[in-house]
Design a protein around this ligand. Structure first.
Ligand SMILES: *Cc1c(COP(=O)(O)O)cnc(C)c1O
Length: 447
């Protein structure tokens, strides 16, 4: 399990990746004449139809190569629409404090000025503040960028009220669709009232990701924005106003659309909905099993989370001196990739299991987290020394565990095989504790 919250690291089924190695898809140049890529165009048209149905929108552009690129394309689409309607002066973009960093970055790239909207103590967008800011900037309000469910992993009850506030004040609603894995088949951006939304096909729709791409961040739009979708000078596509491209190729990373195509076709409508429900159920299962060991930072009005949750490590860090990053490192000894650390809230771990994990793997993760909580308690109870304990030195490489010298105040077995079940299928981290901040700023070669 790679439980990276917000990233939706789901299974990438091999069946959906076969087409990648077919020359019929792989050996096509992005600028060949349309009559030589009829198959590709058929596949893209059909995907547009399916994704419009899933999102409740009327048009799609496959040009953007990532979620961030989709945000940029979507905001430009809004801007062109507003310009065409004599509203080109609108340049204020409202963004809640909980937003992903790409949101304000894309707004700045699109030439907009970012105004931050507060979140309340439950982590939800403060609707009073949203209303006050929307009214304050109503003459210049261009857009509101909102993620649903929020990056706090909550279906915010106020979402439709928020959409109305933005529209009443002359703005357009940009939905960040990175969390579509909690919407597909149950609700949709179009149903909620958003005007434009990007999808991360490399999150929700099974394209492998991590390590920099390639990705696909298509945008869906409501009817009124269709004419302003990105277009391409060498290939007829996009909005009829032909306003220009946001990336080099007319359909972006077209080849990997074959993966999403297979994913959608193999699951079908009912299967996609079941996947969403599985993702929500898995997250809530983890939440129920972990809540007595780690505080869950936010839950919705009914005490549930959406498809991910935030474990709050602030208290443990303050009283015992074990930080979120320490837990992330120790998890490697159990064979788990760390959850998302410190986003969207400082000193937290955001966990997203996705629908792909079977119950045995969820249980293994729970056991690992409970075991780590016990190790933390030993420090709290004075049984282990602060700053010199099994967590502070983690993770343990094979080299460390097999060295002739072992000077730690705990056993090799406790360090390297913290769970019995690991003995048969042990993952050895390649690198032990490093200075993260130094490493971010300097290239360090081991050999
Ligand atoms: C991943 C993500 C993005 C950005 O998508 P990329 O494809 O990484 O550019 C934006 N918003 C949220 C909430 C995300 O999780």
């Amino acid at each position: 399990m790679i439980p990276l919250g917000s990233c939706t690291m789901k299974l990438n089924p091999a069946t959906s990746m076969y087409a990648l190695s077919w020359p019929e898809f792989g050996n096509i140049h992005p600028f060949v004449p349309a009559d030589q890529v009829e198959g590709y165009l058929e596949l893209i048209a059909e995907m547009e139809k399916d994704l419009c149905e899933i999102t409740g929108f009327k048009g799609m552009s496959f040009m953007p190569n990532s979620g961030a690129s989709g945000e940029y394309a979507g905001l430009l689409t809004i801007r062109r629409y507003q310009e065409a309607n004599g509203q080109g002066h609108r340049n204020i973009c409202l963004i809640p404090a909980s937003a992903h960093g790409t949101n304000p970055a894309s707004a700045a790239m699109a030439g907009m000025q970012v105004v931050v909207v507060k979140c309340d103590e439950n982590g939800n967008i403060d609707l009073e503040d949203a209303k006050a800011k929307a009214e304050q900037y109503k003459d210049n309000l261009a857009a509101f960028m909102v993620t649903y469910p929020s990056t706090h992993g909550i279906y915010e009850d106020g979402i439709r009220t928020l959409v109305k506030i933005v529209h009443d004040n002359g703005g357009q609603v940009y939905m960040d669709g990175a969390n579509m894995n909690a919407q597909v088949g149950l609700t949709s951006p179009g149903f909620i009232g958003a005007d434009v939304c990007h999808l991360n096909l490399h999150k929700t729709f099974a394209i492998p990701h991590g390590g920099g791409g390639p990705g696909v961040g298509p945008i869906g739009v409501a009817e009124h924005l269709k004419p302003y979708l990105p277009s391409h000078i060498l290939f007829h596509c996009g909005g009829e106003k032909q306003e220009g491209a946001v990336s080099a190729a007319p359909f972006g990373s077209a080849q990997i659309l074959t993966i999403t195509y297979c994913y959608i076709k193999m699951l079908g409508g009912e299967g996609l909905k079941k996947a969403t429900m599985g993702a929500i159920m898995n997250a809530n299962y983890l939440k129920e099993r972990l809540k007595d060991y780690y505080p869950i930072l936010y839950t919705g009005n009914h005490g549930h989370v959406a498809h991910e949750m935030i474990l709050d490590i602030n208290g443990i860090n303050k009283t015992i001196g074990v930080a979120a990053i320490d837990i992330a490192k120790r998890l490697m000894d159990f064979g788990f990739h760390a959850p998302t650390v410190a986003f969207p809230v400082h000193e937290t771990l955001m966990v997203e299991p996705t629908e792909s994990e079977p119950i045995a793997e969820l249980d293994r993760f729970v056991e690992a987290m409970i075991q780590i909580r016990k190790e933390i308690k030993d420090i709290e109870d004075g049984k282990a020394e602060k700053g010199n304990n099994i967590i502070s030195h983690a993770p343990y490489t094979a080299e460390m565990l097999m060295a002739d010298k072992w000077e730690f105040p705990f056993s090799r077995q406790e360090a390297g095989f913290p769970m019995k079940s690991d003995v048969q299928d042990k993952y050895f981290p390649h690198v032990t504790r490093i200075d993260d901040a130094y490493g971010d700023r300097n290239l360090v070669c081991k050999f």
